[in-house]
Write a protein of this length. Structure first.
Length: 176
């Protein structure tokens, strides 16, 4: 949104300037609340005391702020965007979104690989399974466990010992 859609709206029309300012204000408030939560948690760790009620109120404030922002985006900003941005520009932005998402995915995979390389064997196995749970293609496969997946190639090969461990961890869910 902030990288592609909002600049395109600003360029296409001045009609949404007030709304964009309000959305930016909500984002800044949300960021401020997140920083406050982080600071409280760090203090709690340092001093072994966390005020749960205050922390809960901050999390609630953050959630409500983000819900209000999303409601305004969905209810008003997207309406303005649909009318102000030409259709060919939507396709360009979609392509940019896909490239951006792929770069983020590759960065996350690289960070996970680095962490796995620096960890011991037990942590490597744990990281492997965590990665499998986050892999979107495998998540799609897991959502269709009742389907016959015998014709689908594995997304990535794993050492046989890890594959056996994963099969045991699955507990035979594929057969259900």
């Amino acid at each position: 949104m902030d990288i592609y859609l909002i600049p395109a709206i600003r360029k296409a029309t001045k009609q949404a300037d007030l709304l964009l300012a309000e959305l930016e204000s909500l984002s800044l408030l949300g960021l401020s609340v997140l920083r406050s939560i982080r600071d409280r948690l760090q203090q709690g760790i340092t001093h072994s005391a966390v005020k749960i009620e205050e922390l809960g109120a901050s999390v609630t404030l953050y959630c409500n702020t983000m819900l209000k922002k999303m409601d305004r985006e969905e209810g008003e900003l997207f309406t303005v965007a649909r009318h102000a941005i030409p259709s060919e520009q939507w396709f360009d932005m979609a392509q940019q979104f896909l490239v951006h998402d792929r770069l983020v995915f590759e960065h996350d995979a690289l960070m996970m690989a680095r962490a796995r390389a620096e960890a011991g064997p037990a942590m490597q196995a744990q990281a492997f399974f965590a990665e499998q749970l986050c892999d979107p293609l495998l998540a799609l496969n897991r959502s269709n466990w009742n389907d016959d997946l015998s014709d689908i190639e594995p997304v990535r090969a794993a050492p046989p010992a890890l594959m056996q461990a994963q099969t045991a961890a699955d507990g035979g869910r594929r057969g259900r």
